[in-house]
Ligand binder design. Structure first.
Ligand SMILES: C[S@@+](CC[C@H](N)C(=O)[O-])C[C@H]1O[C@@H](n2cnc3c(N)ncnc32)[C@H](O)[C@@H]1O
Length: 206
């Protein structure tokens, strides 16, 4: 990532309401279902990487999750989430950072990435993402990563993406992450377009 990427995403969130972007979902059901299915619970230390202005954090606060971090490259995305949530936002750790330049200072039990990794198209970005992931994940921790599927869009938000199936995503994330399950989801954008997603759940091994 470069400062251009930060400018790009900052500009996106300055120009559009969170409900107007293609990745908006009225309810973060796919993520909530996955968290519950793989045994994550409100006392798990959780990070939403590239969480943007997603309302996943609202749902987790409502469920009583106590250790939530939301990281994003775009400050206005996090500001939008904070002002929507109100005083409860003080219970969340908000981090403005580029995941490919960020070194976690602690371990998490759950790493969640919906529609972020697929923007990293350069090998060196994968290396940097993996470094953050491995440093930030406790042994046995869960990682839920959702990217566009092989038949998903080729671009998003004006940027090229890489598309994955479970095998290629597992390969990109490296052997310290063991693929435990994968499934497809068709996301419908606010204007009714369909986007095929590849969701994968991994355990940190080794
Ligand atoms: C398609 S949006 C998905 C947002 C959120 N995960 C959701 O599901 O609503 C991609 C998000 O990744 C963030 N992003 C892009 N590149 C990033 C990077 N290198 N580090 C951190 N965040 C990044 C963007 O600002 C944006 O919020």
């Amino acid at each position: 990532m470069t400062s251009n990427d930060q400018e790009h995403w900052t500009h996106v969130y300055e120009g559009k309401a969170p409900t107007e972007v293609s990745w908006y979902q009225a309810s973060p059901e796919p993520s909530l279902r996955a968290l519950s299915r793989f045994g994550a619970h409100p006392s798990s230390a959780f990070i939403d990487v590239g969480g943007g202005a997603s309302n996943l954090v609202d749902a987790l606060l409502e469920q009583g999750w106590q250790d939530i971090t939301v990281l994003d490259i775009a400050a206005p995305a996090l500001e939008a989430a904070k002002s929507r949530i109100g005083p409860m936002a003080d219970r969340v750790h908000w981090e403005v950072a580029d995941i490919t330049e960020w070194t976690p200072a602690r371990k998490f039990d759950v790493w969640h990435d919906r529609a972020v990794f697929h923007f990293l198209t350069e090998p060196k970005q994968h290396v940097a993402y993996r470094q953050a992931l491995l440093k930030g994940l406790a042994a046995g921790a869960l990682a839920i990563v959702a990217t566009f599927a092989l038949d998903g869009p080729e671009r998003c938000s004006g940027l090229p993406v890489r598309r994955y199936d479970p095998a290629s995503l597992a390969d990109a994330l490296g052997e310290s992450l063991q693929l435990i399950d994968a499934w497809r989801e068709v996301h419908v954008t606010p204007w009714g377009a369909k986007q095929a997603f590849n969701w994968c759940a991994f355990r940190r091994v080794g």
